[in-house]
Design a binder for this molecule. Structure first.
Ligand code: FES
Length: 487
């Protein structure tokens, strides 16, 4: 029987991105069986795989960790009880593997006996004995006794990964993610870029209720929200209050679009203020632990600093970190709001966030390579989209072109370069030009046929309409052009 692996697990094992495996599936190089791939086929495509061969995965994980300012999860062990439960499961699987190995030993010893018997036979009987031996061998091979032995290193690695992380499969979407460290199921899903339904993150509201179809979970916190006995009988759980012990299949509601995200009003605190150049302030806000902002990457909110001073800004960070929000505020226009941010706002001040709004969001289900085209501060929503795309790990490749009107305005140039250094499938081209048309020519020179791409354009309305014309002329289908304008 074939050893089947989910796409996420297979990508981890061979150290490539899920998008790379999806491309091989689309190209017919990698067969799938009910959405899974076989270890044998994986080894055929990646024969060099061995236990240490995971550098790419590690590099991607590292850059994500730095980029999103998260704790270094690699060194966070799961809760001791969870680890013990996973190890028990692991032990069971090892025992099964040993039983299989015993069968192989029996087979080899019976083969040896048969060879000894044949050694003592001669004449006509020899031919018949050889025929019977050949039939027996054929039968043993047919039932797969000797197959898949070469897949062992991969399977060993799979067993080890299972101890450190459990795979969760969400129905009906088919999305998958891993639960690592001490994360709850909800935290892990958000980290993976999924827009699951939730509210308080703390066991009070019940909005993260889901149905466990299979697998074992462990409660990580007591919760005030009451799940009735009837619901418990049907497998209902709170994703914010449980973690995964084994691989899980869960039925859960996911936001299908901006219409599924509620309007929220949250009082957040200023956590960081960094003036990255003369005209640009990067503002980091932190929401209360139990009142985080649900939003989709690319969306905006209204920031209200009090005294009637408010303005709309795109969230520049990934929804996978719903508590720490980043905003890029340009002082170039010199409004009362920006004057306040540049001259009076300080750490720990309160800012009321209202939102989210806007439909400039990621086409999450599209496997197409992505081009991001930012003009000046149009970079902010694209940064959120970019980080979300990286967390989802679906796009085959991502190319960011950041065009600025004045030299020196690539205010997060080093961050973009760090992404490009760390990720093989991410490319970054900074361009300077008051005339956006000339810069856009560079983009279409790099990609003369845009038929297979998704292109996200973010900038002032004039830039958006110039881009639209040039891109459509290069065979970019209308529905693969996603435009967000800034004022
Ligand atoms: S998010 Fe509120 S109970 Fe889980």
């Amino acid at each position: 029987m074939k050893q089947l692996l989910t796409l996420s697990r297979a990508a981890r094992l061979v150290g490539v991105k899920r998008g790379a495996l999806q491309k091989k599936i689309r190209d017919g190089e990698l067969p799938t069986f009910e959405g899974k791939v076989s270890a044998d086929d994986l080894l055929r495509l990646y024969p060099q795989v061995h236990l240490e061969d995971n550098k790419e995965l590690e590099r991607v994980t590292r850059i994500k960790t730095h980029a999103f300012a998260r704790r270094v999860r690699d060194y966070v062990l799961p809760d001791a009880e969870v680890l013990a439960a996973r190890l028990t499961e692991f032990g069971t699987e090892l025992a099964e593997a040993k039983a299989k190995l015993d069968r192989y030993s029996t087979f080899v010893s019976r083969l040896k006996d048969k060879c000894v018997e044949i050694d003592n036979i001669s004449g006509d009987e020899l031919q018949s004995a050889m025929g019977s031996l050949s039939g027996w061998l054929h039968e043993q091979l047919e039932i797969g006794l000797l197959k898949s032995v070469h897949a062992e290193p991969l399977l060993v690695k799979d067993r080890l990964l299972r101890v450190m992380a459990a795979n969760v499969h969400i129905l009906p979407s088919g999305h998958e993610f891993f639960v690592e460290g001490t994360d709850s199921i909800l935290e892990a899903a958000l980290r993976a870029g999924l827009a699951l339904e939730y509210g308080c993150s703390n066991g009070n509201c019940g909005q993260c209720k889901a149905r466990l179809i299979s697998g074992e979970i462990k409660k990580t916190r007591n919760h005030d929200f009451v799940i009735s006995e009837a619901e418990k009988g049907m497998g209902h759980i709170l994703m914010c209050s449980n973690t995964a012990v084994s691989d899980l299949v869960i039925e859960a509601y996911e936001a299908g679009g901006v219409q599924d995200i509620p309007l929220q009003q949250i009082s957040a605190r200023v956590k960081g203020l960094e003036r990255v150049n003369d005209d640009m302030m990067v503002v980091n806000l932190q929401t209360p632990r139990m009142n985080r902002l649900r939003f989709l990457s690319g969306q905006s909110v209204t920031l209200d600093v009090g005294n009637g001073l408010k303005a709309d800004y795109a969230v520049a960070s990934c929804p996978c970190d719903d508590r720490n929000l980043e905003f890029h505020i340009s002082g170039a226009k010199g409004t009362a709001f920006t004057d306040y941010v540049f001259n009076k706002l300080k750490r720990t001040d309160a800012i009321v966030i209202e939102g989210p709004k806007g439909d400039f969001v990621l086409q999450e289900e599209s496997p197409n390579p992505i081009i991001f085209l930012a003009y000046d501060t149009g970079f902010a929503p694209l940064k959120s989209l970019l980080e979300h795309a990286m967390a989802l790990d679906v796009a085959e490749s991502i190319h960011l072109y950041w065009i600025v009107s004045v030299k020196g305005n690539h205010y997060l140039h080093n961050l973009c370069r760090a992404y490009a250094d760390a990720l093989d499938n991410f490319h970054y081209t900074p361009l300077v030009g008051a005339d956006a048309r000339a810069a856009l020519e560079r983009v279409v020179d790099d990609h003369p046929d845009l038929n297979e791409f998704d292109v996200y354009v973010s900038g002032p309305r004039r830039f958006a309409s110039v881009s639209e014309k040039i891109l459509i002329d290069r065979r970019l289908p209308d529905n693969q052009l996603i435009v967000g304008t800034i004022s």
